[in-house]
Design a protein around this ligand. Sequence first.
Ligand code: MG
Length: 296
Amino acid sequence: MSFFEVHDPAFGAYVLGNAPVKRLATGFDWVEGPVWFGDLGCLLFSDIPNNRILRWTEEGVTTFRSPSNYANGHTRDRQGRLVSCEHGLRRVTRTELDGTVTVIADGFDDKPLNSPNDVIVARDGGIWFSDPHYGIMTDYEGFRSAQELPCQVYRVDTSGKVEALISDMACPNGLAFSPDEMLLYVADTGRMHSKDPQHIRVYDMVGGRPVNGRLFHTISPGCADGIRCDSDGNLWSSAADGVHCIAPDGRLLGKILVPELVSNICFGGRAKHRLFITATTSVYSVILNRKGVQWP
Ligand code: MG
């Protein structure tokens, strides 16, 4: 069987036709937020309903942190430290190299954040995160609470200043920079129980700020949640039937077919060309013919 669906001949350059999509681990409730630690040879990911962060290696899966405050998305900063979005305590944290946890942001305008969802770090050290309302609309251990801030995208600069930089989306979710950081892609998954459009928007980065937001691509079936760019500037997106590869001009090039609904992805492996995929109850990976650009 083929694990790939070609929509444009260009897709052939990005995949290895005989590379299998491997299921690495399964039996979870809802996995999200994969982040690769090449120096440790492991992948961290969230199992959100079970309130834990897990660690996958070739030897198997162990617990990295439990309780995790219902952590969702993760990334690493320029020093390699883990940066996490926590639904439960409605904050973004950094795990220092000695294991202590530092709060990066837990409010804006003297109001609590909603439920930080996904996070990326720019070359200048700025931490960008989305703050949709899904976490406070979900009844994990009574975390359901009133929404006090609109669903926005924030940046925390290296001095700790928090700014709301995208406020024109219904419910921002996954984030990714183009390789040159001249473009910022943001997945909008829409407010719960609404008919909001679900699509990926792209912004031009001018003077460090996102401007000129516009429609980039609409994923179908399902919608985009986690997104990542490869070294050629193609955007790889989660979808209901797998992972879709979208050219910089917005064309669908092809798909990686995955047997469960995909939530998020990250590049990793020694050559940064292994795509790790969190999909509902399982974690998968596939070797691609392009590298990812995300840090590290
Ligand atoms: Mg997400």
